[in-house]
Design a protein around this ligand. Structure first.
Ligand code: GTP
Ligand code: MG
Length: 370
């Protein structure tokens, strides 16, 4: 963007500097002096207040955006499906996840999943992978959903066989429908003597879930997170559904993803990023919201450093200048200056929004007074 000093802007607008400075203060600028530098955008806003309609470079090219969708997605490589487990309290979500976590190859290779990073990948025979999101109901979800992003490719709806459909089962259904992602029903706790699978099925049908047994296409799998019964079938069903959905992504080009979690660890600021497209590597520059990072290192859920994170996997990213927010879109920049420019541009937009809302507030206050 272009820049202009306050004093030059005053001259451009034909205002006396002292008066101009007090007017700027009224517009919501704090402690501005004539030496202060404004960006073209801010200057344009101020100019508008003086009745000018300036044309400014909107700086579109300064920002980083997600790439447009591939023209022919069917030619892209397949990526692992991203799966979220939802369901009513105590119906066994954590137990199922723990079971899956233990069956994770990463866990087996490295003596257990040593850290919680909000997602983990399970490798199955035949080299196929499934990535489970570990943070259902996470605030990041809502934020991502509000931006029209479906981080998850499918929802596993857990219903306890001894409790059947409950309020949060319906809540989860609503979420899945709103996100337009398909579901697989996992009827859990089938090992319990009180288990009543038929009742669960009919309750689901009553609530509009078109399950297989009633002629629909929603798969139902009977499982026990306790004994492991049916868990291999569940994984098999997930892969089948993924195959039908034909989930593909570019492994090359600028990486894109979503911040699932953001924390501070002894090593520094760490964010878990779910990679959606491209491949992230140490040394890459990325932007999330109004912060950027030079990727210092990448670590998987076993705490092991890895040298690349392909699409459909989640990875811990170290190297952030400031902590990014969960739910932020991550976009790779071709170089550091582009990353910085994007952050700067977004900061400008943010500040401009603040100034505009301050102006609006002042206008309202003025109207109230009059
Ligand atoms: P919230 O996180 O509180 O919503 O619960 P959750 O859905 O994560 O349920 P959780 O996995 O904590 O399981 C609740 C209880 O059910 C625990 O006591 C589990 O041991 C038990 N449980 C979970 N799965 C099974 C199962 O397949 N069979 C039996 N018998 N008990 C189970
Ligand atoms: Mg739980």
């Amino acid at each position: 963007p272009e820049y202009i000093s306050v004093s030059n802007l005053a001259i451009a607008l034909g205002q006396k500097i002292d008066i101009f400075l007090s007017q700027l203060e009224e517009l919501g600028f704090e402690d501005v002096g004539k030496e202060n530098i404004l960006t073209g955008e801010t200057a344009a806003l101020v100019a508008q207040e003086y009745g000018f309609e300036p044309t400014v470079d909107t700086g579109e090219e300064e920002d980083l955006k997600a790439r447009p969708a591939a023209a022919d997605p069917s030619s892209l490589p397949l990526r692992p499906p991203v799966v979220t487990i939802m369901g009513h309290v105590d119906h066994g979500k954590t137990t199922l996840l723990d079971y899956l976590r233990k069956s994770s190859t990463v866990a087996q290779e490295h003596g257990g999943i040593t850290q919680h990073i909000g997602a983990f990948s399970v490798s199955l025979s035949g080299g196929k992978q499934i990535t489970f999101l570990d943070t259902p109901g996470h605030a990041a979800f809502l934020s991502m959903r509000q931006r029209g992003a479906n981080v998850t490719d499918m929802v596993i709806l857990v219903v306890a066989a001894d409790d059947s459909v409950m309020p949060q089962t319906l809540e989860a259904l609503k979420h899945a429908r709103a996100a337009k992602v398909p579901i697989i029903v996992a009827i859990n706790k089938v090992d319990r003597p009180e288990a009543n699978v038929d009742r669960v099925k009919s309750d689901l049908a009553t609530n509009g879930v078109e399950i297989e047994d009633y002629g629909g296409d929603v798969q139902v799998v009977c499982v026990s997170g306790k004994t492991g019964q049916g868990m291999a079938d569940l994984e098999e069903n997930i892969l089948l559904l993924a195959e039908m959905l034909d989930i593909r992504a570019e492994t090359d080009g600028m990486a894109e993803g979503w911040v699932l979690e953001s924390t501070i660890k002894p090593l520094g600021r760490v964010a878990t990023v779910l990679i959606k497209r491209g491949t992230l590597r140490p040394g890459d520059f990325i932007v999330a919201g109004r912060v950027h990072a030079k990727v210092r290192s990448l670590r998987n859920e076993a705490g092991v450093e890895i040298d690349e994170a392909p699409p459909g996997t989640a990875v811990e990213v170290l190297g952030w200048k400031e902590p990014p927010d969960a739910g932020d879109l991550v976009v790779q920049a071709p170089d550091e200056s582009k990353a910085k420019a994007a952050v700067h541009y977004r900061q400008e937009l943010h500040d401009r929004g603040e100034i505009i809302s301050q102006m609006a507030q002042q206008e309202q206050d003025r109207q109230k007074r009059d």
